[in-house]
Design a binder for this molecule. Sequence first.
Ligand SMILES: [Zn+2]
Length: 94
Amino acid sequence: MNDPNITTMKIMVLGAEIDIELADPELSSRTHGTRSCYNRGGCRGPLCTYIMRRERRTDKTVAVIQKELDDYLEGRLTQHHADRADRLANQRRA
Ligand SMILES: [Zn+2]
């Protein structure tokens, strides 16, 4: 049984954790959700731990709630990488 309210709450908490990860001034020059940020940057935020977990995962079946959290993580990851690409493109132009 999956309580939709619990899923919503977990996503809210996860969202806040991602916001904290993205706001870390020590890692502001890094792109989260990459091996480099995890390995060299030492980041253990949700986007970076997610990408490592995703790479390691061999069993593709995940619990429904984890699937929803993973979908959310994928969305934030895609957004973050798009934002980084935009910022780098702007820096190059400036
Ligand atoms: Zn990170």
